[in-house]
Design a binder for this molecule. Structure first.
Ligand code: ZN
Length: 134
């Protein structure tokens, strides 16, 4: 049901400034960008072999990423697991008592459907489930 690590989400204050390191300094390529209105973030994907970094920049002061940056500063925000069927994955995890932030899938970048698990239940690591529409 869980296929692989889809991506690693990194919260950044300023996208261009972050790209000057991840793209220009480290040498990764930006293959896509998007704005996720429901999460109030702008994202950039930089493939690293089988997985990707997802840089997340808030577009509004009340974005969840803006709040995260205020509290914790820049850094790894979440690890996303690619699942075959997000409804089935959520139902199975809920039944086993996993704490969920999103009980139902919400729209993610590039037409994906995503749901976040509560980091309090997963030892401080925020996990995101992603169903990609390939
Ligand atoms: Zn993500």
């Amino acid at each position: 049901m869980i296929e692989k690590i889809s991506h690693i989400g990194i919260a950044v204050k300023d996208m261009e400034d972050a790209l000057s390191v991840f793209r220009d300094g480290i040498g990764l390529e930006v293959t896509s960008t998007d704005e996720v209105k429901t999460q109030k973030v702008r994202v950039a994907f930089l493939p690293v072999g089988e997985t990707r970094f997802e840089l997340l920049e808030p577009t509004e002061d009340d974005s969840p990423i803006a709040k995260y940056l205020e509290k914790r500063g820049e850094g790894i925000h979440h690890i996303a697991l690619k699942v075959t069927n997000i409804e089935e994955a959520l139902a199975a995890m809920k039944e086993k008592g996993v704490k969920l932030i999103n009980e139902e899938p919400v729209p993610g970048a590039h037409g994906t459907r995503v749901a976040f698990l509560h980091p309090k239940g997963t030892r401080g690591v925020m996990l995101e489930l992603v169903e990609e529409n390939e």
